[in-house]
Structure formats: C-alpha cells, structure tokens
Ligand binder design. Structure first.
Ligand code: AP5
Ligand code: MG
Length: 220
C-alpha cells in the first residue's frame, strides 16, 4: 500500500506514520526528517534547507522532488510507503504523479488529518523527540511511561526541533494554508482522499486511520 499523509504542522503526521508502519508494514518517508538529516550532515543541500526551515518556509520543489525520486528507487520501498510531508505544493503533487507513473507505481489513498489552527501551536511547542531512536513525545499529551526515559529504546536524552517556536509555527501554518491545502482538492478529484478528524486523542486518531486503511485494503 502506498499512501500520502496530509496535514498541517503538528497535525500528527509523524505520530500516526509510526503507528501505520507497525500496523501495516509500510515504510515512513518523512521529507522533514530527511532534510533534518541533511542539515546535521552539513551538506550543501542541508545548508540551503536550514535557513528556510528555521524561517518556516518551504524548501525549493526541485530539491525535494529529486530526494523523493531517488529514495523511492530503494528496495525498502517495495513493500509500500507512507509519504509524510510530501507533496506540499501542487507542483510537487504533479511531479509525484509523473514519477510514480514512470516507476509503474500508484497511490492507493491520501489521508488528510484535519486539525484546528489553535491546536497546532500547543502541540508543536510541547513536542520532544528521543535523541537516540526518534520516538516522538509531548509534554502533556504523550509523556514517557517512566519520566525522562524513552519507552522504545531506554535512552534518556530528548531534543526539541529548531523550528518549533511560536513565530516559526505561524509561518509554517501560513505556508500550509497557501501552498499545501489546495492539494486536498487536487487528490479529491481522483477520489483518493479520506478525511481524518485529528482533533481527537492520539489513540482515537489511530483508530480512524486504521479503519480507513483497512477499508482501502478491502477495496483493493
Ligand atoms: P516537517 O518535519 O514535515 O514538519 P511539519 O509538516 O511542520 O509537521 P510536523 O512534523 O511539525 O508535525 P506532524 O504532523 O508530524 O506532528 P507530530 O506527529 O510530530 O517539515 C519541516 C520543514 O521542512 C518544513 O517547514 C519545510 O521547511 C521543510 N519541508 C519538509 N517537507 C517539505 C516539502 N515536501 N517541500 C518543501 N519543504 C519541506 O505531532 C506534533 C506533537 O503533537 C507531538 O508532540 C505529538 O506527540 C502531539 N500529538 C500528535 N497527535 C496528537 C493528538 N491527536 N492529540 C494531542 N497531541 C498530539
Ligand atoms: Mg512530522
């Protein structure tokens, strides 16, 4: 199964993608994670992306499209993939259609996680991630079972993202509404979109996602 996860910053794409990976054995491809790895490596691409990400702006389409195009050719994508954070502009959506057609692949569904703007700032400002395995947490909504220890790998160092501050979140939300939201209508025309109410608890969102994906599998 190949799917796109759409949703504003902080909607829960990463949180749900990890659970879809486990439940449906498909691979998460997060363009945000790929770019943060490039920034850490200090590559020219990372340096170009760093300033834009810190300002809450999108990086150029050509950079992202090339990254995804190369990534989809790797063997670990054969069992299916979740595109988390891509496409984010209409140009990226149409580039994705072209590249999938060339590779003989198609999208099975597009899940749109819908969340009110007011919830985003609270979610993003409380987010923290295990520095070792990348498991995501939240100061209020998802705390580790043992304070200060990652549930998954037992590490004790957590990090916060450089773009997770109120000012940058507002810029990211603006980009989302201007550039990314129109993609929902683009995919709606092809009947691919399933809407998910992202204002529920994390587990309730997972339940909706799971039933949408089971329905997608049944529909073949
Ligand atoms: P990216 O990393 O994709 O960030 P984003 O889209 O802003 O989304 P987030 O990762 O912040 O949120 P999420 O939806 O994954 O939420 P999460 O599950 O973590 O992109 C970063 C930057 O990279 C962009 O700004 C851009 O510059 C660049 N970029 C990336 N892709 C690009 C592209 N294709 N084109 C151009 N530029 C690109 O959840 C958030 C928090 O809320 C967590 O703490 C979580 O525990 C909590 N939470 C989750 N669900 C719930 C719930 N239901 N109830 C309560 N709390 C919840
Ligand atoms: Mg994310």
């Amino acid at each position: 199964m190949n799917l796109v996860l759409l949703g504003a910053p902080g909607a829960g794409k990463g949180t749900q993608a990890k659970r879809i990976e486990e439940n449906f054995h498909v691979l998460q491809l997060s363009t945000g994670d790929m770019l943060r790895a490039e920034v850490r490596s200090g590559s020219p691409r990372g340096q170009q992306a760093d300033a834009l990400m810190k300002a809450g702006r999108l990086v150029p389409d050509e950079m992202i499209v090339g990254m995804i195009d190369r990534r989809l050719d790797r063997d670990d994508c054969r069992g299916g993939f979740i595109l988390d954070g891509f496409p984010r502009t209409l140009a990226q959506a149409s580039a994705l259609d072209e590249m999938l057609a060339k590779k003989g692949l198609k999208l099975d569904t597009v899940l749109s996680i819908d969340v009110d703007d007011e919830a985003m700032v609270e979610r993003i400002s409380g987010r923290l991630t295990c520095a070792n395995c990348g498991e995501g947490y939240h100061d209020s909504f998802k705390r580790p079972k043992i304070e200060g220890i990652c549930d998954v790998c037992g590490a004790s160092r957590f990090v916060r993202r450089a773009d997770d501050n109120a000012e940058t979140v507002r810029a990211r939300l603006k980009e989302y509404h201007a550039q990314t939201e129109p993609i929902i209508a683009y995919y709606d025309k092809g009947g691919l979109v399933r809407r998910i109410d992202g204002m529920r608890s994390i587990d309730q969102v997972t339940a909706q996602v799971t039933s949408a994906l089971k329905e997608c599998v049944r529909a073949g």
